[in-house]
Design a protein around this ligand. Structure first.
Ligand code: HEC
Ligand code: HEC
Ligand code: HEC
Ligand code: HEC
Ligand code: HEC
Ligand code: HEC
Ligand code: HEC
Length: 418
C-alpha cells in the first residue's frame, strides 16, 4: 500500500493524528511498500532512522521518531520528554526559549540525531558537512554536524525562522520545527552521498511543503538561460555540484526560488546587533532580496559592462569561469554560490555578521585578513569572481549590498551597485 504524507492527506491536526495513529499502531511492522516515505532516507530500511533505545521496530519505522502517548509498551524510552510532545514526537519539537544560539541538543528534536556524537541514532552520531564542502569540494571543516553548523557565529536563527514561517505558511503550526520550514522529514533524500544528482534533494519549498524541490528537471538552475556554476575546489575544469564537467545548471537545484519564498520579504531578525547592510530596510529586519530583472545585477538584471571591465574608474573584471567562451550577457547566480544555508564563521572587520557567507567560493578560499578561519577580507570574497581597481581590504559591503543603488565610488554613479 502507498503511504502518502503530503499536504492534503489529512485536513487538520486532529485528522493528522488519526492518520499517524493509524499507521503507527495498526501497521506495525511498517509495510515494506512503495511510497514517498519509504523512498526517503529517513524511511530507508538499511540506513534510515534507528533509535538505539527501542527494539522491535525495523530500521526506518515511524516509531524511531514518533511515540504514542509518549510511550512504547507502557514505558517511555530514551530520550524522555516526561510528557506527550507535539506531533507525538519523542521530544519537544523546538525549545521556544532558545531565541538565539548556541543551541544544545535538547533545543531541537532533529539535533538528537543530527549531532556528531552523543545522539540517539544507532551508532551515536551523524556526520553532515557544510554546503561548500559537500557540494563545493572545500576541505576544511568548520563543523561536522548540523548542530555544529547552526552553532557557528553566523547562522540561520531558528527562532526567527519559526516566527516568520508561522506568519507566512499555512502548513507551519505554532509547534512546528524551524528545520521543517525548509525540509520535509518524511521526504528528504540522501543528497550528501549523491551530490551531483539533485534528484536526491533534501529540501521542500515552504510554499510547497508536500513535495521535494529540485528533483524534477524544471526545478534546476538551468531554468535561467545563463547560470554557470562555480568551479569545484582545487579544479579549473570541474564544477559544482560535486565536481562535474557539465556546467549548464541542470544538476543544481534552483535554490533561488527556494530561498526567495522567504527572502522576497523583509524577514525579522532578533540577534542583538545584527542589522541589515541596506539602510532602507525596516528596523529589526533584513532586506527583501529582488533577484528579478528590476533587481540585483547578480540576479536577473543584466550587468552594465563587459566581463573585461568598463570605462569608469570603479569598474573591475569578472574572472573565470564567467569570462570563458561563450561569455553570457547576463549571468544569474545561485544564492548558494555565495552563501552556506545553515551557518558560517564570523569575520573580523567590525561587521555584525558575515551573513552566512561561504568560506570557499569558486575555487577560492576566502581569507586574507589574518590567521584562522575567522578572518577574511571582504575584498577576498569579491575576488573569488572579480578583480577591481578601487582596491582596499575591507568596507566593500558598505557600497555593495543587496538592493544597493546610486552609491558613488569616485564620481557620479547612477544605477545598482550589486
Ligand atoms: C525523522 C523523524 C520522523 C520520521 C521517521 C517520521 N516523522 Fe512524522 N513527523 C516528524 C516531525 C518532526 C513532524 C512535525 C512536523 C512539524 O514540525 O510541523 C512530523 C509530523 C507528522 C504528522 C503530522 C502532519 C505533518 O505531516 O506534519 C504525521 C501525520 C506524521 N508525522 C506521520 C508519520 C508517519 C506515518 C511516519 C512513518 C511513515 C512518520 N511520520 C515518520 C518526524 C518524523
Ligand atoms: C533556511 C532553510 C534551511 C533550514 C532552516 C534548515 N536547512 Fe538543512 N539544508 C538546507 C539546504 C538548502 C541544504 C542543502 C542540501 C540540498 O540541496 O539538498 C540543507 C542540507 C541539510 C542536510 C544535509 C547536509 C549534507 O550532509 O549535505 C541536513 C542533514 C539538514 N539540512 C538538516 C537540517 C536540520 C536538522 C535543520 C534544523 C536544525 C535544518 N537543516 C534547517 C536548508 C535549510
Ligand atoms: C531518529 C534519528 C533522526 C532524527 C530524529 C532526524 N533524522 Fe535526519 N537523518 C537520520 C538518518 C539516520 C539519516 C541518514 C543517514 C545520514 O545522513 O548519514 C538522516 C538524513 C537526513 C537528511 C539527508 C541528509 C543527506 O543529504 O543525505 C536530512 C536533510 C535530514 N536527515 C533532516 C532531518 C530533519 C530536518 C530532522 C528533524 C525534523 C531530522 N532529520 C531528524 C536520522 C534522523
Ligand atoms: C555574489 C554573491 C551573493 C549572492 C549570489 C547572493 N548573496 Fe546574499 N549576500 C551577499 C553579500 C556580500 C551580503 C552582505 C551585504 C548585504 O547585507 O547585502 C549578503 C547578504 C544577504 C542577506 C542579508 C541582507 C541584509 O539585509 O543585510 C540576505 C537575507 C541574503 N544575502 C540572501 C540572499 C539570497 C536569498 C540570495 C539569492 C536570491 C542571495 N543572498 C544571493 C552576497 C551574495
Ligand atoms: C523559511 C524561511 C526562510 C528560508 C526558506 C530561507 N531563509 Fe534566510 N532567513 C530567514 C530568516 C527569518 C532570517 C533572519 C534570522 C536570522 O538572522 O537568521 C534569515 C536570515 C538569512 C541571512 C542572514 C543571516 C545572518 O545571521 O546574518 C542570510 C544570508 C540568509 N537568510 C540567506 C538565505 C539563503 C541563501 C536561503 C536559501 C538557501 C535562505 N536564506 C532561505 C528565513 C528564511
Ligand atoms: C560567485 C561569483 C561572484 C562573487 C562572489 C561576486 N560576484 Fe559580482 N558578479 C559576478 C558575475 C558572474 C557578474 C555578472 C552578472 C551579469 O552578467 O549580469 C557580477 C556582476 C557584478 C557587478 C555588476 C557589473 C556590471 O558590469 O554592471 C558588480 C558591481 C559586482 N558584481 C560586484 C561584486 C562585489 C562588490 C562582490 C563582493 C561583495 C561580488 N561582486 C561578488 C560574480 C560574482
Ligand atoms: C564608496 C563606494 C564603494 C566602495 C567602498 C567599494 N566600491 Fe566597488 N564599486 C563602486 C561603484 C560605484 C562601482 C561601479 C558601479 C558598478 O559596477 O556597479 C563599483 C564597481 C565594483 C566592481 C566592478 C564589477 C564589474 O564587473 O564591473 C567590483 C568588482 C568592485 N566594485 C569591488 C569592490 C571591492 C572588492 C571593494 C572593497 C575593497 C569595493 N568595491 C568597494 C563603489 C564602491
Amino acid at each position: 500500500m502507498k503511504v502518502e504524507i503530503k499536504a492534503g492527506t489529512c485536513r487538520d491536526t486532529a485528522q493528522c493524528f488519526f492518520v499517524l495513529f493509524f499507521f503507527c499502531s495498526v501497521l506495525i511492522p511498517f509495510p515494506a511498500a512503495a511510497g514517498p516515505y519509504t523512498l526517503s532516507i529517513h524511511g530507508s530500511g538499511s540506513n534510515g532512522v534507528h533509535r538505539s533505545s527501542i527494539t522491535g521496530y525495523s530500521v526506518g519505522n515511524c516509531s524511531h521518531c514518533h511515540e504514542q502517548h509518549a510511550s512504547i509498551d507502557g514505558e517511555e524510552p530514551s530520550p524522555m520528554a516526561g510528557s506527550a510532545s507535539a506531533f507525538t514526537l519523542f521530544s519537544d519539537n523546538f525549545n521556544d526559549t532558545a531565541q538565539t544560539g548556541p543551541y544544545a541538543m535538547e533545543d531541537n528534536f532533529c539535533f538528537y540525531c543530527h549531532i556528531a556524537t552523543g545522539g540517539v541514532q544507532s551508532g551515536g552520531g551523524i556526520t553532515n558537512y557544510q554546503f561548500c564542502i559537500t557540494f563545493g569540494g572545500y576541505t576544511v571543516n568548520s563543523a561536522t554536524d548540523v548542530m555544529g553548523a547552526f552553532n557557528l557565529s553566523s547562522y540561520h536563527n531558528l527562532y526567527d525562522i519559526q516566527t516568520f514561517a508561522e506568519s507566512k505558511f499555512t502548513f507551519f503550526k505554532p509547534t512546528s520545527n524551524p528545520c521543517v520550514a525548509c525540509h520535509n522529514p518524511h521526504l528528504v533524500k540522501n543528497h550528501k552521498d549523491n551530490p551531483t544528482d539533485s534528484a536526491y534533494t533534501t529540501i521542500s519549498r515552504p510554499t510547497d511543503h508536500g513535495e521535494l524541490w529540485g528533483d524534477d528537471a524544471n526545478e534546476r538552475m538551468s531554468n535561467y538561460t545563463s547560470y554557470r556554476p562555480p568551479y569545484y575546489y582545487g579544479s579549473t575544469t570541474s564544477y559544482e555540484p560535486g565536481g562535474v564537467a557539465l556546467h549548464d545548471g541542470s544538476q543544481t537545484t534552483d535554490y533561488n526560488a527556494f530561498c526567495l519564498d522567504c527572502h522576497q520579504y523583509e524577514v525579522p531578525v532578533s540577534t542583538s546587533g545584527l542589522n541589515s547592510m541596506n539602510p532602507t530596510t525596516t528596523s529589526g529586519h533584513l532586506t527583501a532580496i529582488d533577484w528579478s530583472s528590476a533587481g540585483d545585477m547578480h540576479g536577473e538584471r543584466p550587468r552594465l559592462f563587459d566581463v573585461g571591465g568598463g570605462a569608469s574608474s570603479c569598474t573591475g573584471t569578472i574572472i573565470a569561469p564567467y569570462n570563458a567562451a561563450p561569455v553570457k550577457s547576463n549571468y544569474v547566480l545561485s544564492c548558494l554560490d555565495c552563501h552556506d544555508p545553515h551557518g558560517s564563521v564570523l569575520a573580523s572587520g567590525g561587521r555584525t555578521s558575515t551573513y552566512l557567507m561561504r568560506k570557499e567560493i569558486n575555487n577560492n578560499k576566502v581569507d586574507g585578513c589574518g590567521p584562522g578561519v575567522q578572518n577574511f577580507c571582504e575584498s577576498e570574497f569579491c575576488y573569488s569572481c572579480h578583480t577591481n581597481s578601487h582596491a582596499g581590504a575591507q568596507g566593500c559591503f558598505t557600497c555593495h549590498y543587496h538592493g544597493g543603488k546610486n552609491i558613488n565610488c569616485s564620481g557620479p554613479w547612477t544605477g545598482p551597485n550589486f
